[in-house]
Ligand binder design. Structure first.
Ligand code: PLP
Length: 469
């Protein structure tokens, strides 16, 4: 493709992108295709000859678009959002145009230095301790794996990196409600899934610290080495807030690494009135949150903060001759701060987003989302046919329809969810709490307005009244 054609097609695409932003609510939120529908439209083999961009773009619209679930829609209320803003999309366009692979300072000094400063900005706007140093990772899963690996290496004085395992019996702790990325990290880090201790939760689904302490003490008596406790500011099912302060004390007492997973809810710390959630954070060893979930920065962009960056770097550093540079002693080479060597220029997105809204603009949106969460919680509580199944500290609601025979309620609620999602007007998902099937709505889209939440609630009520079992 010559530059002239690139210019022409890029303009077409930007027009399409702007139209998409304006019309996203016209698409069914959840893709309505069946398994295999897309696959059968893609040729079995790669084309031998070049094809025109017009043809490729037509196929994108005809074949790919029907198979897209529209995370960009304010009616997307499933999982957690992966929201974005126009500024972050524009930054992505520049990132891919530059194509800079930012593994170390020399490979793009601006990327390294902007990343350093963006982490300072984020630390300040979230009210995190000045003792934390940040680095951008791709996902929270990677950041948590980094935390567990660093904890492992710190405890063994880097022996496992050097010599491999030597019959050590390590344990990691998290609540029953913790995200599956912790289970995965424990497996990958060689700790063994059976050595992840799941601590019980209270009625608000938050970790019970006394139980954590008891389990650690029992493990110490049995000859285990406790490595790391992962607590959550905002669990995935219900956005429960673990008692960070008390967990921090227990970790200090037993000298265990305390990693705080705030993947979704961390963004809410931008509001001073929500900082109760992070009380005691200065005692933690690491903290992760995803601007790619709720801070209007398109996927992927994870902010990982550590108190002791030296242990992090010591865990991951490897400098073969071909990567050595004359400035290594003076700069941050972020390839040493995580797992992959190659790194995208993600700091650019953060820079664009924070400047697009300003801190106040981000605060305004987050505050609105939380208020809408409170509004819907009140509606559900006031409705005789629905029951709230968990506290609502933020904007994730777990509830169920209860007008039916008790033993059929799981099935009824599942039917409600399927029927609503099949309308294409709303997409939300489920969770299980205390063994019960629960409807779960999480809304944090950049363009969310009150009427989206009101419409979602009306649709769920209407649909519930039509289910007969
Ligand atoms: N932690 C929590 C609490 C989450 O809810 C999620 C994903 O939803 C993750 C971690 C994993 O995030 P990522 O996809 O960035 O790995």
């Amino acid at each position: 493709m010559d530059t002239q054609s690139f210019r022409k097609h890029a303009h077409e695409l930007v027009d399409w992108m702007a139209d998409y932003f304006e019309s996203v609510e016209d698409y069914p939120v959840m893709s309505q295709v069946n398994p295999g529908d897309i696959l059968k439209q893609i040729p079995a083999s790669a084309p031998e000859q070049a094809e025109s961009f017009d043809q490729v773009f037509k196929d994108f619209k005809d074949i790919i678009m029907p198979g897209i679930t529209h995370w960009e829609s304010p009616n997307f209320m499933a999982y957690f959002p992966a929201n974005k803003s126009k500024g972050s999309v524009l930054a992505e366009m520049l990132m891919s145009t530059l194509g800079a692979q930012c593994m170390q300072w020399l490979t793009s000094p601006a990327a390294a230095e902007l990343e350093e400063q963006m982490m300072v900005w984020l630390r300040e706007i979230l009210g995190l301790p000045e003792t934390f140093t940040g680095v951008i990772q791709d996902t929270a899963s990677t950041a948590t794996l980094c935390a567990i690996l660093t904890a492992r290496e710190k405890v063994t004085e880097y022996a496992i990196n050097e010599r491999g395992f030597d019959n050590q019996k390590f344990t990691v702790y998290a609540s029953e409600q913790i995200h599956s990325s912790i289970d995965k990290a424990v497996k990958i880090a060689g700790i063994g899934a059976v050595n992840l201790r799941k601590v019980g939760v209270d009625e608000a689904f938050a970790m019970v610290p006394e139980q954590l302490n008891q389990i650690i003490e029992a493990d110490l008596n049995d000859g285990y080495t406790p490595l790391c406790v992962v607590s959550a500011i905002g669990t995935t099912s219900t956005t429960a807030i673990d008692p960070i302060d008390e967990v921090g004390d227990i970790c200090l007492k037993h000298q265990v690494w305390h990693h705080v997973d705030a993947a979704y809810a961390g963004t809410a710390l931008i509001l001073p009135e929500m900082r109760w959630m992070s009380e005691g954070i200065q005692k933690a060893d690491s903290f992760v949150f995803n601007p790619h979930k709720w801070m209007f920065t398109n996927f992927d962009c994870t902010a990982y903060f550590v108190k002791d960056p030296v242990s992090l770097v010591n865990t991951f550093t490897i400098t073969p001759d071909y990567l050595k540079t004359s400035v290594d002693g003076e700069v941050k080479n972020y390839r040493d701060w995580g797992i992959p060597l190659g790194r995208r220029f993600r700091a650019l997105k953060l820079w664009f987003v924070i400047r697009e809204f300003g801190v106040e603009g981000i605060q305004e949106k987050i505050r609105k989302h939380i208020l809408l969460g409170q509004w819907l919680a009140n509606q559900i509580e006031a409705h005789q046919d629905f029951e709230l199944m968990a506290p609502v500290p933020l904007n994730t609601l777990c509830f169920r329809y209860i007008n039916g025979e008790t033993d059929k309620l799981d099935q009824i609620n599942e039917e409600i969810m399927k029927k609503v999602n099949n309308t294409g007007k709303l997409f939300f998902t489920q969770t299980k709490l205390n063994g019960k099937f629960v409807l779960r709505l999480a809304f944090g889209n950049t363009n969310l307005e009150a009427y989206h939440v009101e419409n979602a609630w009306s649709l769920i009520q209407q649909t519930a009244s039509t289910i007969e079992l």
